[in-house]
Design a protein around this ligand. Sequence first.
Ligand code: IMP
Ligand code: MG
Length: 180
Amino acid sequence: MPGTGQEKLKVLIRRATIQKRVREVAREITKDFKGERLHLIGVLKGACIFLSDLVREINLDTSIDFIAVSSYGKGKLSSGQVRVLKDLDSSIEGLNVVLVEDILDTGITLSYLLRILRQRKPHVLRVAALLDKPSRRLRPVKGNYVGFTIPNEFVVGYGLDYAERYRNLKDVCILSLPPG
Ligand code: IMP
Ligand code: MG
């Protein structure tokens, strides 16, 4: 497992477990939107790996778009402020939208995104998140499709980063930094 310096990685969710769960979530979405069109919106950059695996397991007429927001600086702490860095390419009016997130943590990012996306009048707006850390919630938001509920640990891999690193790990790992 690659790590740099004093940073330590410990596997929390193995790749095979992730794969299996992603297929289950995709099946649930396919069932819920049967006979309808679906529009997935990935929240960059963290959700890109999850979305790529998820969309290939969804058996519906599906389109995708991406939005990029920043709520965190370079490290582990949320600044509590959300900004749109890259907006959607196309209108979502009247569409069945599933917003795809890497992780629900404080809920600040998601509550902001839901607010601005609802104003654009989608037919349906739901949330799929690979991971959920409910113990950290500051806003009352929930995912409609959640891969795994995890304890209050900082995790990286399968799209999730620490200062832009570790997104390429195939497992979701707990990252520990040296004290001080
Ligand atoms: P929230 O606004 O606090 O819910 O944070 C959501 C965003 O923070 C996620 O989309 C991630 O990019 C980032 N984040 C929250 N927890 C973690 C973590 O444990 N590891 C990596 N990124 C995280
Ligand atoms: Mg991030």
